[in-house]
Design a protein around this ligand. Structure first.
Ligand code: GLN
Ligand code: ZN
Length: 774
């Protein structure tokens, strides 16, 4: 039984790559030094996998920024504006590469970066390839061959990983009208042949083609493309073992197509869809091996060996030991590197740690499972199996995880319908009377600039260099400054600024039961940016108020309304590693109940407006459309559990960035928030199209300026946008706000931009004043 790995984290166990890239970008180190770090990481990863006993070790899974961008450079898909970077004599391919990834502002050039978007339903972001009519491709970057050769020199024969041609095209975007990108296949495929020819002449045995799209909804042309690509490859390269890797979904209706491809091995994600095993085994052709993606590649839980061994045995019974390959569900890119680095008992206790496995540990699981399945009687393996069983048993019964009260309350949620006391029309009347806001009320999304001073204070506090009083003094100072300043520029609904939070999920996770954090559990999000998601390991509950103190403090400073600021249950879930021993919907409901209590506490101390941020609702949508309604049902219910425990007079806001939700606008309305603030400015209010055909009942703040850019918007531009919005939304429904939190901006930009925004709202009010009739 071969052991197979689809990809290994490339950031380095101590984020060496992040640091090296950022040093290089800031001009502190040479390109040579950066290349050296890359090489060290690759060799380290290959050796680690080789020593652990992996047979099919990936190469070309390393990347200085993103594997999709690597692919674009490999096939020469370089939009013309970037050519100028390389024409400039002193620049190298790597400068071009980083220019495409991050933009290029030097040598009198000013080129923006390529667009970035989410990699399927993960939190990883890739650089979107751009395609033009009848685009020509060429074998441009030789990275894949170089890295294969590099490993070979080190005595390791690797399996190069490529994004398959169909998925590569589907990942991109047409930048011109009049064609579909899949039509470019005929131009693209010859470049893949060139790559394979080179690899072949260097002695390659296995090649892995990542084709996650094979699990998604496909058109007929796309299905045909799959057939064409892999039969052509088989015809031209009969000597290369081709592995097609699918992940993040089950093959479902595409099982037949996948099994009809003339390939040597098919990889399936059994962690996401264990049910597909039987369907695939039933029709797997004799010459094809099956790679069982049993070890979860995108979560941090130990594999349940007993369960996996049963599935492996089942596959072996059907197709024989020779054709079964053991693997993780997807690339380990989405797992933190190494659990052994978590040595601080205060952060991650050994009780929780025994349930976890990071990338390095998952590699060991793959090998151990294959050996156990082959019937090895080795003593150390027997012990590993026993330890695994013990860990599974303790997870099932641990008091740390299981809280009877929480379980009972969550059950009750399942059966109840969560609603506000009155429908929106009645709430609106009561709120209008109580809140007494002008037309086009102005507000912000929550955070204000987190200056280096604040970050420094937080770091000092965490290190223990300053005590809590001193830290809180600094926070109070910033909060008061922010309140005064918001009063001065005449905003209507104020916020406290979120200075006490470093991250909108971590802040809540740290205070809720059922969460733990790691010291070093970093996962690449994009480029050099890494995130350290909290781990939800147990039943979630709230032991004390989490935000009341700071909100109340801010409110005590002003006679204007201060908005309470919470993160919603779906977003907390979506941006964490979530326990896999119960449905995600159940965990989400538990978080929702905790937020519901917080909402009530805020109401009790007199906070009249409470915002529950849900920026991640959209990205939680399943990959297959058929599964959308089920997800939306529980996600929206969770929001309602969190938000409906208040009186009619209390106004509930929600906020969503990434609001491409034209197709789910009905569901957004069902959330029944009194006000929703959304991102809108980049698309020049295009997002409001959804509101033309659907009469959105509640109030809306379409963001009138882009906080992701340092540019100061002008009053007139924002008035323009608001006039556009007014065409599809009634003036009484409109709020005026930026499109996201301001924490990444500086004070100077923020002050100027918000002053312009308040003026824009004021001109809008003037334009609404009806001339007096005598
Ligand atoms: N309230 C949060 C903030 O202002 C919202 C952030 C977000 O939507 N991502 O920072
Ligand atoms: Zn936002």
């Amino acid at each position: 039984m071969l052991t197979n790995n689809l990809g290994y984290p490339r950031i380095g166990s101590n984020r060496e790559l992040k640091k090296a890239c950022e040093q290089y970008w800031s001009g502190k180190t040479s390109q040579q030094e950066l290349l050296q770090i890359g090489k060290q990481i690759r060799l380290h990863n290959w050796r680690l996998q080789k020593d652990a006993g992996i047979d099919l070790i990936p190469s070309n899974d390393f990347s200085f920024y993103d594997q999709v961008l690597d692919m674009s450079l490999t096939v020469g898909a370089i939009p013309s504006q970037y050519n100028k970077i390389i024409l400039n004599g002193h620049n190298t391919e790597l400068d071009l590469y980083f220019g495409m990834a991050r933009g290029y502002q030097r040598d009198e050039l000013d080129i923006t970066a390529l667009e970035m978007t989410k990699w399927f339903d993960t939190n990883y972001h890739y650089i979107v390839p751009e395609f033009y009519n009848n685009q020509q491709f060429s074998f441009f970057s030789r990275k894949i061959v170089d890295e294969f050769y590099e490993a070979k020199q080190a005595g390791i024969l690797t399996k190069p990983v490529l994004i398959g041609p169909v998925s590569y095209l589907l990942l991109g975007k047409e930048k011109e009208e009049g064609f579909h990108r899949i039509e470019l296949l005929k131009n693209l495929l010859p470049v893949y042949f060139e790559i394979l020819t080179e690899l072949k002449s260097n002695g390659v045995e296995w090649v892995q083609f990542d084709e996650p799209f094979l699990c998604l909804d496909l058109s007929e042309a796309e299905q045909d493309a799959y057939k064409k690509v892999y039969s052509e490859i088989k015809r031209r390269f009969p000597g290369i073992h081709v592995q097609v890797a699918t992940y993040f979904e089950g093959l479902k209706d595409q099982t037949r197509l996948a099994c009809s491809l003339p390939i040597d091995a098919l990889h399936i994600d059994l962690s996401k869809d264990p049910g597909q095993l039987d369907q695939v085994l039933d029709i797997l052709p004799d010459q094809m091996s099956l790679s069982l993606g049993l070890v979860d590649g995108r979560n941090i839980w130990k594999n349940n060996f007993n369960d996996s061994l049963k599935q492996i045995q089942h596959a072996v019974d059907k197709i024989g030991n020779q054709r079964v390959i053991m693997a993780a569900s997807c690339s380990l890119l989405h797992s933190p590197c190494d659990l052994e680095l978590e040595t601080n008992e205060h952060i991650l206790t050994s009780e929780v740690k025994q349930w976890l496995a990071f990338a390095k540990q998952k590699i060991d699981e793959i090998v151990t499972l294959s050996k156990l399945a082959e019937g090895s009687k080795d003593e150390s393996l027997k012990r590993k199996l026993e330890d695994n069983q013990a860990a599974m048993e303790s997870r099932k019964t641990s008091d740390l995880i299981h809280d009877k009260t929480v379980k009972k309350e969550t059950k009750e949620v399942q059966n109840a319908d969560f609603k506000r006391n009155s429908p929106f029309s009645i709430r609106k009347e009561k709120q209008t009377e109580l809140l007494n806001l002008p037309l086009f009320p102005t507000t912000t999304i929550g955070s204000f600039p987190q200056t280096s001073e604040i970050r420094k204070q937080r770091a000092l506090f965490k290190k223990g260099s300053i005590d809590i009083e001193e830290y809180e003094q600094a926070l109070k100072f910033e909060t008061e400054k922010t309140i005064r300043w918001q009063e001065e520029i005449d905003l209507d609904v104020l916020v406290h600024g979120e200075f006490e939070r470093n991250d909108m999920v971590e802040y809540f996770g740290e205070q809720l039961n059922g969460f733990v954090f790691t010291k070093n559990g970093w996962v690449q999000s994009y480029g050099s940016r890494c995130v350290k998601p909290p781990i939800i390991y147990g039943d979630v509950s709230r032991s004390k108020a989490m935000t009341v103190k700071w909100t109340q403090y801010a409110q005590s400073l002003t006679s204007r309304l201060v908005k309470g600021m919470l993160t919603g249950p779906v977003t907390i879930l979506q941006w964490s590693f979530v326990r896999d021993d119960q449905p995600r919907s159940v965990t989400c409901n538990q978080i929702a109940l905790a937020i519901r209590e917080e909402v009530k506490d805020l109401e009790d101390v007199g906070i009249r407006i409470i915002q529950i941020d849900e920026p991640a609702i959209r990205e939680g949508l399943p990959l297959r459309k058929a599964d959308w309604q089920n997800y939306l049902q529980w996600a929206i219910k969770a929001f309602r559990v969190a938000s409906t425990g208040v009186e009619d007079e209390t106004q509930i806001h929600t906020h969503m960035c990434y609001s491409e939700f034209n197709d789910i606008i009905h569901n957004i309305a069902e959330m029944d928030a009194d006000v929703i603030t959304i991102e809108c400015s980049r698309s020049k209010m295009e997002l409001l199209d959804a509101f033309t055909s659907f009469e959105y009942p509640q109030q809306i703040g379409p963001g009138v300026y882009d906080i992701h850019s340092p540019r100061i918007p002008l009053e007139a531009e924002m008035v323009d946008l608001l006039m556009k919005a007014k065409k599809v939304i009634q003036p009484e429904q409109l709020w005026v706000n930026p499109d996201c939190g301001l924490k990444t901006r500086n004070w100077d930009e923020t002050k100027k931009a918000l002053a312009e925004m308040v003026n824009a709202a004021k001109s809008m009010r003037l334009s609404e004043v009806k001339p007096m009739t005598v």
